[in-house]
Every structure is written in C-alpha cells, then in structure tokens.
Design a protein around this ligand. Structure first.
Ligand code: GLU
Length: 265
C-alpha cells in the first residue's frame, strides 16, 4: 500500500499565527497516525506580497513547534512553467477563455479593426468557462472527513458553480491559487488535504479542475478555525496571535497545542 501524503501549504506573506499552527500540527499528527508522509509547500505565486524572509520565518516557527517535513520544500514560484503547461491543456480542452481588464478596455478595442484588435488585445486574465467545464466533467463529489460550514460530511456534492467563471491566471501572476494548488497536490501525490474550513467551498473548483485534467481526487478534511475573542478569523496582520509573538512572551509548543485545542488545558 502507498503511504498517505499530507501537506501544509502556507503563503509566505506574513508570520504564522495560531490558526496556521492548528493546521500544520493537525497535518503532522494525522500523517504520523497514518504512517504517512508530511510535506511543506510554500504558496508564493504572488511576488508582490510574498517575501523570502517570511518563508524562512515559517520554517523556523514550524521547527520550533517540533514538526519535521521532507526536503526539499516545494516553492510554487519555481513552477510557473508547469502551471503554464496546465493552462495550455485547459485551453486545448476549450474550457478557458481570455478576459479583459475592464469594460472601458473592451469598449476601446471594439472600435478597432479586427487585426488591430487581436494585436492590441492583451488579455488581463484567463477564466474558467464554468459551464463548459461542468458539462465536460458531469456531477462531482468529494470525500469530506472534517466537516463543512453546514456540517457537510462524508460524500459531499462539489458545487463549483458557486464561483462562476473563476480566474485561473492573470497577466502579472500567470497562475492562480486554484490552479496551482490542484496541480501541486497531484504532482506531489497528496492523498489527504487537511486545511481550514474557510477553504471548504474552494474544493468544488478543485474537484472540477481535477476531473477535467484527469487528476486523482484526494480526501478532504476541513478543520474548525481558530477565532479571536470577538469570534473573528485570525489575520496575519494581528501580531498578538503570531507564533513568534507568543514565543517571545514565553509560550512553549505545548502551550500552543493547548491554545488551539489539540492538548487538554
Ligand atoms: N495557501 C493557502 C493558505 O495559506 C492554503 C492552501 C491549501 O491548503 O489548499 O491559505
């Protein structure tokens, strides 16, 4: 039997907080319990916001928590070429189309000769043609072992239609969260996607892309979110719950496990 593969996939655009700690530790614990592998992936496609020093800090915080992952760490920014190839496949299947910056841009282009239009037509984004992709894939389900926002559990119907014609690539970032996460999970042989419940609905789009591209479907586990005292989702910009601030204030990794509800008080 092939060992299960789990991954933690943060974006290095800030410091990790308690919510990330819960996600990373759950992945690590579940991989251990299943005799599986634990991978780390830096989702750094957004060059305007991601910084190498945040990637280094993430590794430092995870090591401090006592987590070990397989090297090398996959960095999405090193794989733009591969995402391009995936976009070409989607294009050949007729399920993506270029869209333009704004209505104004379209109005400007419409006034031109067709050849001039094609020359000056610089698509701003590539969008998934949701209805074409949906027709091609048919009804889809996924296995949920954590729980969706409405308690969805077990075999769940994927609802990519909720997203409309989602953007899969932009001029300045030639891929997107949805495309790169799906391609990387397949390339890395990920069998179990364990991540926050806020990404539950994204799974519909991911299942659709997997089906259209002939990729295997991992098992999904969307876990509860760590909330602040006001009941809001934690944010990377709130320093108080960052792992480094808590460490500086004297917390140890067992305290962090308690704070996120993975160890008894
Ligand atoms: N990079 C995403 C984030 O930091 C997580 C992606 C995933 O787990 O699918 O929210």
């Amino acid at each position: 039997m092939v060992a299960p593969v789990f991954r933690f996939a943060p974006s290095p655009n800030g410091y990790l907080h308690l919510g990330h700690a819960l996600s990373a530790m759950l992945n690590f614990d579940m991989a251990r319990a299943a005799g599986g592998r634990f991978l780390l992936r830096m989702e750094d496609i957004d060059a305007a916001r991601c910084r190498p020093h945040f990637a280094d800090a993430i590794c430092e915080d995870l090591r401090w928590l006592g987590l070990l992952w397989e090297e090398p760490v996959r960095r999405q920014s090193a794989h733009f070429h591969d995402y391009r190839a995936a976009l070409e496949r989607l294009e050949a299947l007729g399920v993506i189309y270029p869209s333009f910056e704004s209505r104004g841009e379209i109005a400007r282009l419409v006034g031109q000769e067709r050849s001039a239009l094609l020359q000056s037509a610089k698509p701003y984004a590539l969008r998934l043609d949701m209805s074409a992709a949906f027709t091609r894939a048919g009804a889809l389900t996924f296995v949920e072992t954590g729980g969706g926002p409405r308690g969805e559990l077990g075999i769940v119907t994927a609802m990519p239609q909720l997203w409309g014609d989602v953007v899969l690539a932009r001029k300045e970032v030639p891929t997107s969260y949805h495309l790169s996460v799906v391609m990387d999970d397949a390339w890395q042989g990920v069998t179990h996607v364990v991540r926050g419940r806020d990404l539950f609905h994204a799974t519909g789009v991911h299942r659709l892309l997997q089906a259209v591209l002939g990729l295997p479907a991992p098992v999904y586990h969307h876990h509860r979110l760590v909330l602040d005292p006001e009941g809001e989702k934690l944010s990377k910009s709130t320093q108080a719950t960052s792992l480094r601030a808590l460490r500086a204030a004297g917390a140890n990794p067992v305290d962090i496990r308690r704070m996120v509800g993975l160890a008894p008080e």
